[in-house]
Design a protein around this ligand. Structure first.
Ligand SMILES: [Zn+2]
Length: 166
């Protein structure tokens, strides 16, 4: 049922064949995603299929499973962020269709869809803006750091000194 993973698929051929695909993508091959991570040492399991959607556009539908290494914003140590993302994307749909279906669309390049780019975009969108350990006490200094620095009032005489210099 599943063929070996390639990077690019010709959309209309795939829709008529009705095949599904699965495989692994290395994060180090996704350089835009890697910029958000602590390390690019991870793999993404991907499975997807091209289908004729109920709308007037083909669709790529699938799932991504991975665990990425990110930096905890509380303790600055590395942590694993498991992500499982289901996606359903229209291909080359016109704007009205996107609004009507409330689905996102991707655009083919000369009729080809790059599944690595699809996976990369979905993971960048799916990654939380701020990652933190579930344990709120992962950084014991955190509560001290979080306090507002004391407002420093300028000594009125130092202002006068500055005026004198000018
Ligand atoms: Zn932490």
């Amino acid at each position: 049922m599943q063929d070996k993973l390639r990077r690019r698929y010709q959309i209309h051929k795939e829709v008529s064949r009705g095949c599904s695909y699965g495989g692994k993508i290395r994060v180090r091959d996704l350089t835009r995603l890697a910029e958000f991570l602590y390390s690019d040492d991870a793999t993404i399991e991907v499975e997807f299929e091209f289908i004729r959607s109920e709308y007037d556009a083909p669709m790529v539908k699938g799932r991504l499973d991975t665990s990425l290494l990110v930096e905890c914003q509380r303790c600055l140590k590395v942590m694993e962020k498991p992500l499982a993302i289901d996606f359903s994307l229209l291909v080359d749909a016109v704007d009205e269709l996107v609004t009507e279906s409330s689905l996102d669309t991707i655009y083919s390049q000369d009729g080809y869809v790059d599944i690595f780019e699809v996976a990369e975009d979905e993971l960048i969108l799916g990654l939380p803006l701020v990652n933190m350990h579930d344990d709120v006490a992962c950084n014991k200094y955190w509560s001290a750091q979080e306090q507002e620095p004391e407002a420093t009032l300028e000594n009125p005489f130092s202002v006068l000194d500055k005026l004198k210099i000018n």
